[in-house]
Design a protein around this ligand. Structure first.
Ligand code: COI
Length: 367
């Protein structure tokens, strides 16, 4: 990538007058004025010069292999504006998103996956600076950033693509769920699976999401917001699709443990928010923080013994979302109302993201 981007005098005009009042923002429906595009062309030596131009429809061959074989991967990031200083714009641990994008590209056999991550962060930062008037102010509001890499290779043979388009669009957002910080209800009762060992569950590819929509529709008809995907004969917890999950348990010896399923089997997306919550909670040194297998029977037993204290989902879009119920084998396992830990994780994480609280070195990156 070459980062010889726009000299400041050529800054593109940004006009956020189309942006609805922030209270009316719905996730991912309105887009800012500009987008970043970078082509990869094998026959021209790989990555071409990045461009920031107006947000517009793509022109794509109907034979492009992204449209036929799912050669598509993406990222979810956010840009935050400080409440006290609107010139203070920040990204949150962007290098983790770049690493995951590279891994997702590699998993889909896309060339160019070893792109220069720092340069792509700089290109994205410039896009955010150009459209900074689109960043709604206030904690809980941000500019959602969607880097996407598609194959543009016009070839119906099933093969590694030789041309790609990396593009980045941005969208002003508030809370992901209509309910805001209100709890969501999950169900594990579905005949479908999201991911399996050796599959793509740990890569951020569109192909992980398409097969979950039918399941989600069926769950919604039964009154649940999302599916909590479980795996294997022991009904191990994996993730929700749009979020990773955490459980606060009181162990039988009376001590507390914050548990999230481990990434080892390769069927769970390595969330940036997930990793940050683990690291943050470890610094508090107040309870055990475990990445370990947790099954639905264990969760059910803990709930029946009043030892399931809190449960929440975590993701870039979802931030921290309390969970109030998990349906398992027809039973609604109820979880106490949003607890102190869920609120504290939410507040501290947001504080760091918006620059209100000093976080660990390198987490909140000023751009
Ligand atoms: C994110 O949290 O950024 C996601 O990509 C989840 C979802 C909106 C697909």
């Amino acid at each position: 990538l070459q980062t010889s981007l726009l000299p400041p005098s050529q800054r593109l005009a940004s006009n956020p007058s189309k942006m609805p009042p922030k209270e009316q923002l719905q996730f991912g429906r309105v887009f800012s004025d500009h987008m970043l595009t970078i082509e990869y062309l094998s026959d021209k030596g790989g990555w071409q010069a990045p461009k920031i131009g107006k947000f517009e429809d793509l022109k794509l061959s109907p034979a492009a292999s992204s449209l036929h074989y799912g050669l598509q991967c993406f990222e979810g990031m956010k840009a935050y504006k400080s409440v006290s200083d609107p010139s203070d714009l920040r990204l949150f641990r962007p290098e983790l998103n770049m690493k995951r994008l590279s891994n997702s590209m590699h998993r889909l056999s896309k060339p160019g996956y070893d792109f220069d991550r720092k340069e792509l962060i700089e290109c994205i930062s410039e896009l955010v600076r150009v459209d900074q008037d689109w960043i709604p102010t206030g904690e809980g509001y941000s500019l959602y950033i969607r880097p996407t890499v598609i194959s543009t290779h016009p070839y119906l043979g099933v093969t590694t693509p030789s041309s790609l388009l990396l593009y980045v669009i941005t969208s002003p957002v508030g809370p992901y769920y209509k309910s805001g910080f209100a709890p969501v209800r999950l169900t594990t009762d579905t005949e479908y699976v999201r991911a399996w060992p050796g599959g793509t569950g740990n890569a951020k590819v569109g192909g992980n999401y398409a097969p979950t929509m039918l399941a989600a529709d069926e769950a919604a008809k039964r009154g649940y917001d999302q599916i909590l995907w479980i795996f294997g004969p022991n009904d191990e917890v994996t993730e929700v699709g749009a979020m990773n999950v955490f459980f606060l348990l009181r162990k039988t010896d009376g001590t507390k443990e914050l548990v999230t399923p481990p990434l080892t089997r390769g069927d769970i997306l390595p969330g940036v928010t997930r990793q940050s919550i683990i690291e943050l909670a470890q610094t508090w040194n107040e309870f055990e923080v475990s990445e370990r297998t947790i099954t639905l029977p264990e969760i059910r037993e803990a709930a029946h013994e009043n030892r399931l204290l809190e449960a929440f989902g975590a993701g870039t879009a979802a931030v921290v979302t309390p969970i109030s119920c998990i349906q398992y084998k027809g039973e609604d396992i109820d979880i106490p109302a949003t607890g102190d830990l869920t609120r504290r994780v939410f507040k501290d994480l947001m504080g760091i993201q918006y620059g209100r609280i000093e976080g660990p070195e390198g987490w909140s990156v000023r751009i």
